[in-house]
Design a protein around this ligand. Structure first.
Ligand code: DGJ
Length: 731
């Protein structure tokens, strides 16, 4: 039993293998949050709450003159706005009388076998999970709330969501509905988040919590390049291998908000959920609003352990479908090879080379439809440009299949160009505020996916293409931020629903797609990694990590991404040198070393490769296939940080049985008369012996971990090494 309820003390304890989460119902049915940390056995931590007169902190009316009972001080499970807790709140309700307060108190609970699911929204799944539902009510208004908890004991993961139900007789507006609050009875914590921009996503940033609100979020309609919803809190001295840390993420692909602060009594609070800006949801009597799900992982052993837990949880309980387990094809994408400038013959020439080199799938990127010969036009016209291809889609795909390659296709279903047939027919389908010209981004407009008819129509066009040929992979792109949000299908008082309804429309489309084409491999994309989130991973097991394919810049991007997301989710390709984004020259092998830390492929004109490069590709493809399991299913270790001035950026993959280890390092700084570069491995069996593949050299696990690996003196800039160690003797 992972969910325990002590009836006498009214204490809920959610237990996983190594963590515990505790709540308690106290007087007047107030639900406190007491703890999230190392696993606890039978206890009630409410003795840690110091009841004393807290001065200018108000008290609920029922307590009368008991000035020690204050919501301004108590750690709370789901803090409500307007009733005396002035820290970041989770829920705001505008009541039928216009007042803006809600006071949720405990009413009942139920425990269910299996993990709850959320209708129309992505969520962690698993029969081995357990569900706790705590029902709360506002006794004055009748508003109801269900707090939903999913506990995966083995995986060390807890999920949370909330369902707000209008139990009043009138119409209410949900003005804020977050998914998670974590209160700590301590303040000595750092906050880590991952910021960025297009072509430089998920940069690591760490700062101490202070007596102020530190907040991140996105208002772009996507989780965004600029901030990622995965955030961490940790002890001040925590690092890769030691210290307490908490990782939380939102299973959501739209605008989000996360805020951390230290309060007047030196207690920390973290809240997270759907962005409350531009959000206001109308609920008629009996109607409910479901928040997206948040997921939480705790470790007392530092960031590496936290990441491993998160990676496993995402892989085992979020990613679905055939391509979760099956080895994904190594692909060649034509984008950086040709951009819009291709013909069917050119694609076939690339495919021929791909086949010869052992690559398994050709992905046709942007430009195959309508009048899409540049990014100024064509979006929305999902009819194959047979003139450009020189054939139908089926004929092209059949030829590619005939060579022994799979075929994949790029789409951007959520967009419309003004210069398109679709726009001529349905200008009102684009998101725009009436009377304003609005913003364009990459010269395109966003379709109103909050409207069912719009989603249905686009879906039909895309499904027609998918039905017309043997298309086994889809890259689903999204290349601008949403602005001027407005839907012609909703009345003025419901415009605050558009952003979330948009995301629900997107999820409905994606779910229909994975149900109708269960064998299809989906890769998410948003100008690279602008929608790299758990919501998308529920549908697409991999996401194009960044439009920056420069191997050296990718070191940081992939380092930051690895904190919260499994390696298998990271789309990563070998591209041309000099690189098209940075113009940097890097060795061919280094580009492969970096791209292999993900779902691997190539994105360059294979027809232009030299014989030497071709033989390298053949070897890399074989190598990736050989190491696929350890890369995709092993534990990932960040061995050095690209931020801390190390001369080499190094990482490794260790199989769960510790029998295999793939170690990778890239030199980022050259030095005359160089110091020895030694990198210590992690996660091996100390007493076991490991042979370095391709040599007769044998090392003990302890030598490799406590002594380290000595890197050769680099012979060129950005040189890299991949060392594969295999255990030869049991411990
Ligand atoms: C942005 C993507 O990230 C690129 O890989 C490519 O697909 C382009 N869009 C195509 O327009």
């Amino acid at each position: 039993m992972a969910i325990l309820f002590n009836q006498d003390k009214k204490v809920f304890t959610l237990q996983t293998k190594n963590s515990a989460y505790q709540m308690k119902v106290i007087d007047y049915d107030v639900l406190l949050h007491l703890y999230y940390g190392r696993r606890l056995e039978d206890c009630d931590l409410s003795y840690l709450i110091q009841n004393t007169d807290r001065g200018f902190c108000g008290n609920p009316y029922e307590v009368q003159h008991d000035r020690t009972f204050s919501l301004d001080y108590f750690p709370q499970e789901y803090p409500c706005f307007g009733i005396g807790d002035y820290r970041g709140d989770c829920v705001r309700i505008i009541n039928p009388d216009g007042s803006n307060a809600v006071d949720y108190r405990y009413r009942s609970y139920r425990i269910e076998k299996g993990k709850y699911s959320l209708e129309g929204m992505p969520a962690f799944y698993g029969e081995d999970g357990e569900t706790l539902i705590i029902t709360m009510e506002d006794k004055d208004t009748g508003m109801l709330l269900e707090l939903q908890y999913g506990v995966f004991e083995e995986a060390d993961v807890i999920t949370r969501a909330a369902r707000i139900i209008n139990g009043t007789k009138g119409t209410v507006y949900v003005d804020r509905a977050l998914s998670l609050c974590l209160d700590f009875m301590r303040a000595d914590l750092d906050w880590i988040h991952f910021y960025g921009k297009h072509a430089m996503e998920r940069e690591f940033e760490r700062a101490p919590l202070t007596h102020s609100k530190q907040a991140i979020g996105s208002l772009r309609g996507t989780s965004s390049h600029q901030q990622n919803p995965f955030v961490m809190l940790c002890e001040r001295n925590a690092g890769e291998d030691w210290g307490e840390c908490w990782g939380v993420n939102l299973v959501y692909s739209g605008g989000f908000y996360a805020e951390a602060e230290v309060d007047q009594f030196n207690q920390a609070r973290l809240v997270m959920g759907i962005s409350p800006d531009n959000f206001c949801w109308q609920l008629g009597p009996g109607e409910a609003f479901q928040t997206p799900e948040a997921v939480m992982v705790y470790s007392d052993q530092g960031f590496a352990d936290l990441s491993h837990k998160m990676h496993r949880a995402v892989f085992d309980h979020l990613i679905r479908g055939k391509w979760k387990e099956e080895r994904r094809p190594i692909l060649i994408n034509n984008w950086e090879a040709t951009y819009f400038n291709f013909t069917g013959d050119k694609l076939l020439r690339i495919a021929e080379d791909a086949k010869d080199l052992g690559i398994e799938m050709l992905v046709l990127d942007d430009g195959w439809f309508g009048n899409r010969d540049s990014d100024f036009r064509g979006l929305g016209d999902w009819q194959v440009n047979e003139k450009k291809l020189g054939s139908t889609m089926k004929e092209l795909v059949d030829k590619v299949n005939g060579m022994g390659l799979k075929f994949g296709l790029w789409v951007e279903p959520e967009m419309i160009s003004e210069d398109s047939q679709l726009y001529k027919e349905h200008p009102d389908w684009a998101i725009r505020i009436p009377g304003r010209p609005g913003n364009i981004g990459r010269s395109q407009l966003v379709l109103d996916f909050s409207r069912e008819d719009v989603v249905d129509a686009v879906q039909e066009m895309i499904f027609q293409v998918l039905d017309s040929a043997n298309i086994e992979y889809i890259k689903w792109d999204f290349n601008r931020s949403i602005t001027n949000l407005y839907s012609g299908a909703l009345p003025p008082e419901r415009q605050g629903e558009v952003a979330h309804r948009y995301v629900l429309g997107l999820y409905r489309f994606l779910e229909n797609m994975v149900q109708r084409y269960p064998d299809l491999l989906l890769e998410g994309c948003s100008g690279g990694g602008g929608r790299f989130d758990l919501g998308m991973l529920y549908y697409s097991p991999q996401i194009w990590c960044s439009d920056d394919t420069d191997a050296v810049e990718r070191l940081k991007i992939q380092y930051g991404t690895s904190f919260g997301y499994p390696i298998s989710s990271v789309g990563s390709h070998v591209s041309a040198s000099p690189n098209h984004q940075t113009f940097r020259t890097t060795p061919f092998e280094t580009r492969a070393t970096v791209a292999m830390a993900g779902s691997f492929g190539y994105e360059l004109d294979l027809n232009l490769l030299t014989e030497r490069e071709r033989s390298k590709v053949r070897r890399q493809v074989e190598e990736y296939k050989t190491y696929y399991d350890v890369i995709q299913r092993g534990d990932y270790y960040r061995l050095t940080s690209p931020y801390e001035g190390s001369r080499a950026c190094a990482w490794s993959f260790v199989s769960r049985d510790q029998k295999e280890c793939l170690f990778c390092a890239v030199v980022v700084k050259l030095q005359a008369n160089p110091d020895a570069m030694i990198v210590r491995l992690k996660g091996l069996c100390p007493n076991a012996k490991y042979r370095l593949e391709g040599t007769e050299q044998v090392y003990t696990g302890s030598a490799l971990m406590y002594g380290g690996v000595l890197l050769p003196v680099p012979g060129k800039e950005y040189e890299s090494w991949r060392y594969y160690f295999r255990q030869i003797e049991e411990a």
